[in-house]
Design a protein around this ligand. Structure first.
Ligand SMILES: C[S@@+](CC[C@H](N)C(=O)[O-])C[C@H]1O[C@@H](n2cnc3c(N)ncnc32)[C@H](O)[C@@H]1O
Ligand code: SF4
Length: 489
């Protein structure tokens, strides 16, 4: 299991929280399933608030092995996902568990910091192409400029960084370019710079449209500003604009969250990302994301204080009402879940990087460059260090600052492939599975037994004639818990 839920799980407390619902909305459909003792592990996982979108290897290894495996797989891959991480923000949100540094409010100091981190990123990238030559020739499927908040970089630094990547890696006419930002930093100048550098897809954090909730989370923008960016990005020529909302925030109500969903639908976001707030410390869980210092809201005393100030933490029952209410509204408006937590409009389709990494018939390598970035291929995975001083020192020495490198045993490779495919919330096809793992079947043997048990509990549907297994609606709601507790890691 990815997290020791036993230490923190109190069944009666969890059931009590599950039964505390908003009487104005239907009771959660997953309630009866979660109250079934056979699903105890799922309830425990849900209550633990773990953040574990991660597909770790199972054998400790070293960087040279990782570079070797990655190079070999890249040579066979049609494309890969190139993730460039700029860990700078103008402020630190109280919920955020990503490794970020807050830049100075003095323009000159902030510009110097930006230059330093762009320089470091370019140095690290040079070390990658030296260690893994296939990175120069394998087509880049999606280039993602993520963070942090890369939109806080000065326009000239964005141009310099992107120019380097275009010159060094195999961008072609199929390459999609996606940038991330925050509503307060996606100014018209930055939107134009991003478009001018070739970006057509935009992701940004909205979190909530309720200004009271934004302020208490230390966000420096309003809900109105967040919606204005959507319109401005459309006018600037972005062909897809994707926005993040979070459910489970202190002070959030079911009505408030569902109203946010309606307003994002009305604003025609291409993907509405509806993320459960996760606050379990990264020390307790396996995670793809490193950390600098804990998010303030990880501290139980801070959480208590917030509740005393009137920002009540939604119960499990209310959280499930938020998720299910959102799924219903999104489905009625033509959105579907692919992968878990991402709801693209059907006519637009899933975000490319998510499909490249997770879809059962893709699962191509990902290379992450930057503080705390995460890289993986079928046979191995690795994290860059998340401590800024160590990161900069190692990059300056010409190193790729990896830590926690693992390889994946033959058996675990298959488990990982199934987990990734399951996390897409799309049907898993026997034919595709057998083409990758000829001696295995999704419908018999160990998968047959696991999926049969999930089907008995209302979490999966098995269609033998079509040769497919699919999560039910409840299964999709609980997919993270299923992956982390039911698939026999
Ligand atoms: C790395 S942030 C980048 C977005 C951008 N910096 C911004 O805040 O607008 C990506 C997303 O992660 C989500 N996130 C951050 N901390 C989280 C947490 N503790 N639980 C759930 N989602 C979280 C937020 O929704 C955020 O928009
Ligand atoms: S949520 Fe975004 S802006 Fe806030 S600290 Fe995290 S990365 Fe920075």
């Amino acid at each position: 299991m990815g997290i020791s839920t036993a230490r923190i799980y109190d069944r009666s407390e969890a059931l009590c929280s599950l039964s505390a619902i908003d009487p104005e909305y239907p009771a959660p459909r997953v309630s009866s399933l979660l109250s079934d003792e056979r699903n105890d592990e799922l309830l425990g996982y849900l209550q633990a608030e773990a953040f574990t979108h991660v597909f770790t290897g199972d054998v400790e290894s070293g960087p040279q092995q990782f570079f070797h495996d990655l190079d070999r797989e890249l040579r066979e891959a049609p494309s890969f996902h190139l993730w460039v991480d700029i860990p700078l923000c103008r402020y630190r949100c109280h919920f955020c568990q990503f490794p970020t540094l807050v830049t100075s409010s003095r323009a000159e100091t902030a510009d110097a910091t930006a230059r330093r981190w762009v320089d470091a990123n370019i140095e690290e990238a040079k070390a990658w192409v030296a260690a893994v030559p296939a990175l120069r020739t394998t087509p880049v499927g999606e280039f993602c400029l993520f963070g942090g908040t890369p939109s806080v970089l000065p326009a000239g630094e964005i141009e310099r960084l992107v120019h380097f990547y275009r010159e060094t890696f195999a961008f072609d006419e199929q390459t999609s370019m996606r940038a991330e930002g925050s509503p307060d930093s996606l100014t018209q100048e930055i939107l134009s710079t991003l478009r001018g550098s070739g970006f057509t897809a935009l992701s940004y954090g909205i979190q909530s449209l309720d200004n009271r909730l934004l302020a208490v989370a230390n966000r420096r923008h309003t809900g109105e500003q967040a919606l204005e960016v959507r319109a401005a990005a459309g006018r600037s020529g972005f062909t897809r604009v994707d926005g993040d909302l979070v459910w489970g925030l202190p002070g959030q109500t079911v009505a408030g969250f569902l109203d946010d969903i309606d307003r994002l639908i009305e604003a025609r976001f291409s993907t509405i990302v509806a993320i459960k707030l996760h606050l379990r410390s990264f020390h307790d869980v396996e995670s793809a994301i490193g950390h600098v210092s804990p998010a303030p809201w990880e501290d139980p005393r801070v959480r208590e204080q917030l509740a005393l100030r009137g920002f009540r933490w939604p119960s499990l029952g209310q959280q499930m009402q938020m998720r299910e209410g959102a799924v219903d509204r999104l489905a009625a408006a033509g959105y579907y879940e692919h992968p878990t937590t991402y709801f693209p409009r059907r006519d637009v389709g899933p975000e490319l990087w998510r499909s490249l990494n997770l879809d059962q018939d893709q699962q191509v390598p990902q290379v992450g460059i930057g503080l705390g970035a995460y890289s993986w291929c079928g046979d191995a995975e690795a994290n860059a260090v998340a401590a800024p001083a160590e990161y900069l020192a190692r990059v300056e020495k010409g190193e790729i600052p990896l830590e926690n490198v693992t390889t994946v045993s033959a058996d675990h490779r298959e488990v990982r492939a199934v987990e990734m495919a399951l996390s897409t919330c799309q049907p898993l096809l026997e034919e595709v599975h057998r083409s990758r793992f000829p001696h295995s079947s999704l419908l018999s043997g160990r998968w047959g037994a696991k999926f049969g048990s999930l089907a008995d509990r209302g979490l999966m549907r098995i269609d033998r004639r079509a040769g497919s297994v699919t999560l039910t609606e409840a299964g999709a709601t609980l997919v993270e818990a299923i992956m982390n507790t039911q698939l026999g890691r």
